[in-house]
Design a protein around this ligand. Structure first.
Ligand code: GLC
Length: 540
């Protein structure tokens, strides 16, 4: 079976549970530790690592795979455990430098410990253990079409190496390049894929988030090794600049010195229900249900400043779309996705309550989902589109979030039809759908994060929404185009240029939810129908 090739640039040599990253530089390999909000330069353990032949000439790397970096003369770099990198080989030398400038040269014997506590390791045992670990992990990769197999294996490797011990559990970080923590909605998308390999690990991602729920029900934005990010007085720098331009003109006000709560879109019950459908676990449902209920309620008690029953995001971070043009108009916004997620979540809470044998709760959640949909339609549908509000007033911005009400599966046919037509129009459809900002919006920028590029979580939610709203053919086409784009662009990037389908220049690589959702879409396992029909009537 073919294995994943590591290029030691986008795909470093690293391990599940390890913060050590081995990358290639012109003067040899470099070993650095990945840490929260810390550049790799500050955590470099050694540089210029080279294996040399008896004449002192550097020997090139012959192959780099998940289990070892093999040099042309048979020397190997391997993980003996998450903190221990060993270099093995015979009739060869190795040399490297420490950040304090000290250089070291060594005649290789069996296994030399490069990083980590001193210990004695045998090359054979270390290699056998590494190969066994990776075989076991890859055995859980769901089957995919042959043309998607290489990218799916790369994605599956990405998920494994992005797992790190965080806050007492094994958490999946978005990327070992720059995102060393467990971000709220990232964890939910990661759990969607992990349910295929290890439902227990998927449940752990949810628990990691729920363990850190605040007393008022809020879920934090990020859980990391030093604590949580749950409030801030900051705005992303780019937003601050744009906001100051708009102050006084639009509805924007500059943030006060008071900290604002920060979280991420409410999709936890949606992810929990997916895990449960793959691997039913009533004790888990019973443990998370009261927490999910409090998290859901928080939006109405703490994030609906005008009290109209349609919550708003109080900070760009909470929307997950930090630099979207929605935020050019002010720091408190209500794009149509938030209330769609809340409706979806109420339906999934109904499913969970039903599974737990709580029919009265289930009926109440179902009724809330119906009433919330009515409110969204009455207040935010202007006859042609759902509007984004900033500071309580509609703004002229067209983003993909306008189409998210499809996710509820509860829209009247003419409204759902209009959204599907909008998606298929020149505003949003192309060779590489879906741009996060409409092609004809003045703010559209194909390379700037949430200002145009394609993101896999958005496509995934839209595919699900199209299916739930009855547009199976469009859902299938979007799924196929999304898979083809990721297959052809070369890696599991953070986001892609919607005009070319290529990696956008500033997007990170080895990105968790791109890997997770690519595998889930590629596997295309039949999703069992939602339980809503057994649990009560739906409107419309
Ligand atoms: C960026 C994204 C946000 C995501 C986070 C971690 O801030 O905008 O949606 O949760 O990175 O991946």
């Amino acid at each position: 079976m073919s294995t994943v090739q590591l290029d030691l640039v986008e795909r470093p040599f690293t391990e599940r549970g390890s913060r050590l990253l081995v990358t290639a530089a012109p003067d040899g390999l470099r070993v650095a530790r990945a840490e929260y909000e810390t550049p790799l330069d500050a955590t470099t353990e050694l540089t210029a690592l080279a294996v040399r032949d008896p004449d002192g000439r550097p020997v090139p790397v012959a192959s780099a795979t998940p289990s070892e970096v093999r040099f042309a003369n048979g020397a190997s770099l391997m993980f003996a455990d998450p903190t221990t990198l060993v270099l093995s080989g015979r009739r060869a030398h190795a040399s490297w430098r420490r950040p304090d400038g000290t250089a070291r040269t060594l005649a290789l014997t069996d296994c030399h410990v490069l990083t980590g506590p001193p210990g004695t390791w045998s090359e054979q045992t270390v290699r056998a253990a590494a190969e066994h670990r990776w075989q076991r992990w890859f055995a859980h990769l769901p089957p995919v079409r042959p043309d998607l197999a290489e990218r799916a294996r790369m994605a599956w490797w990405t998920l494994a190496v992005n797992l790190l011990p965080i806050a007492g559990r094994e958490g999946l970080v978005p990327s070992k390049y720059g995102y060393l923590g467990v971000w709220n909605w990232d964890a939910l998308f990661h759990a969607v894929a992990l349910r295929h390999a290890s439902p227990a690990l998927a449940r752990d991602q949810i628990m990691l988030l729920l363990d850190h729920q605040l007393p008022d029900g809020q879920l934090p934005d990020v859980v990391h090794e030093h604590g949580v990010l749950a409030e801030t007085t900051d705005l992303p720098r780019s937003d601050l600049a744009r906001l100051s331009e708009h102050v006084g003109r639009a509805n924007g006000v500059l943030p006060s010195a008071e900290p604002v709560p920060v979280t991420k879109p409410p999709l936890a019950a949606w992810a929990v229900w997916k895990i449960h459908r793959t691997d039913p676990d009533l004790p888990f449902l019973a443990a998370v249900y009261p927490k999910l209920v409090r998290a859901h309620t928080w939006w109405f008690t703490a994030s609906d400043p005008d009290g109209d029953g349609l919550p708003e995001y109080l900070h760009p971070y909470s929307s997950g779309l930090d630099d979207s043009p929605v935020w050019d108009h002010g720091p408190r916004a209500e794009p149509p996705d938030l209330n769609s997620y809340l409706i979806l979540q109420a339906d999934r809470l109904a499913d969970i309550a039903h599974a737990l044998g709580l029919p009265a709760d289930a009926a109440r959640w179902r009724a809330r989902a119906a009433a919330h949909t009515e409110l969204l339609l009455t207040r935010r549908w202007d006859g042609t589109r759902f509007r984004t509000l900033v500071g309580g007033a509609p703004v002229d911005v067209r983003t993909v979030l306008d189409l998210m009400p499809l996710l509820t599966g509860r829209l009247p046919a003419e409204v759902a039809g209009a959204l599907e037509r909008e998606l298929r129009s020149a505003r949003f459809w192309g060779e590489h759908p879906v741009p996060t900002v409409a092609f004809d919006d003045p703010a559209f920028d194909p390379d700037a994060m949430w200002r145009g590029p394609v993101w896999l979580n958005v496509n995934y939610l839209l595919i699900e929404g199209l299916r739930r709203s009855g547009f199976t053919a469009t859902a299938d086409e979007l799924r196929l185009r999304t898979l083809a784009m990721v297959r052809d662009a070369g890696g599991l990037y953070e986001y892609w240029n919607p005009l070319t389908g290529a990696r956008a220049p500033r997007a990170t690589s080895g990105f968790g939810w791109s890997a997770a959702l690519f595998v889930d879409l590629a596997a295309d396992l039949p999703e069992p129908a939602d339980d809503r029909l057994d649990a009560g009537t739906i409107t419309p």
